[in-house]
Ligand binder design. Structure first.
Ligand SMILES: Nc1ncnc2c1ncn2[C@@H]1O[C@H](COP(=O)(O)OP(=O)(O)OP(=O)(O)O)[C@@H](O)[C@H]1O
Ligand SMILES: [Mg+2]
Length: 167
């Protein structure tokens, strides 16, 4: 697990950019945590880092939107999902065919749709209005080595305050 503190939206964008450096089509990133935690900000930084110039916005009403660039990106928001069946009904699983990098805000609302292997990024407010605790956990064997590499690049960025000895 990687644990960091972001002290600004810009920091969270930069963290998304660092994560983007290790993402390839077929990867899924699940973003969880409080309302206004910074999930969409993180995705914005990651989409830019993946080389897309498309405008990132919250897909709450559309449930999923796509961005284009060197790779195809799907950005979903399951905040309003009541039941996983709604996602089967819109054919969400087709987006997980390995051809896209997939970001899912509130992905924990229907984990049965998420592949076994994914990166979970969680956000929590801190007392300071612009600070967030952010944790990154790799689920599944494919993430074990990559988490170590990611830890190294986050440490090298010298931007993020470590909250514990894991960084
Ligand atoms: N350190 C920080 N990281 C990210 N966002 C921050 C930070 N500090 C302040 N903010 C502000 O908090 C808000 C985060 O909004 P954002 O839409 O990214 O959150 P979210 O987790 O996607 O919310 P929702 O649950 O509604 O989808 C923005 O207004 C942003 O400017
Ligand atoms: Mg959001």
């Amino acid at each position: 697990m990687i644990s960091v503190v972001s002290t600004s939206r810009a920091d969270t964008l930069a963290l998304g950019g660092l994560v983007a450096d290790v993402l390839i089509p077929g990867d899924t990133v699940v973003l969880t945590g409080e309302l206004g935690g910074g999930k969409t900000a993180f995705v914005t930084g990651a989409v830019q880092g993946l080389g897309s110039e498309d405008l990132v916005s919250s897909p709450t009403f559309a449930i999923v939107q796509e961005y284009f660039g060197p790779v195809v990106i799907a950005h979903a928001d399951w905040y309003r999902i009541g039941h996983a069946q709604e996602l089967f009904d819109i054919g969400f699983e087709e987006l997980l065919d390995g051809s896209r990098v997939v970001f899912v805000e509130w992905g924990d609302r229907a984990l049965e749709i998420v592949p076994d292997c994914y990166l979970q990024v969680s956000f929590r407010h801190r007392a300071n209005i612009d600070e967030r605790d952010i944790t990154l956990v790799g689920q599944g064997p494919q993430w074990q080595d990559r988490i170590v590499g990611l830890q190294r690049s986050i440490r090298a960025a010298e931007k993020f305050l470590a909250t514990d000895a894991t960084l």
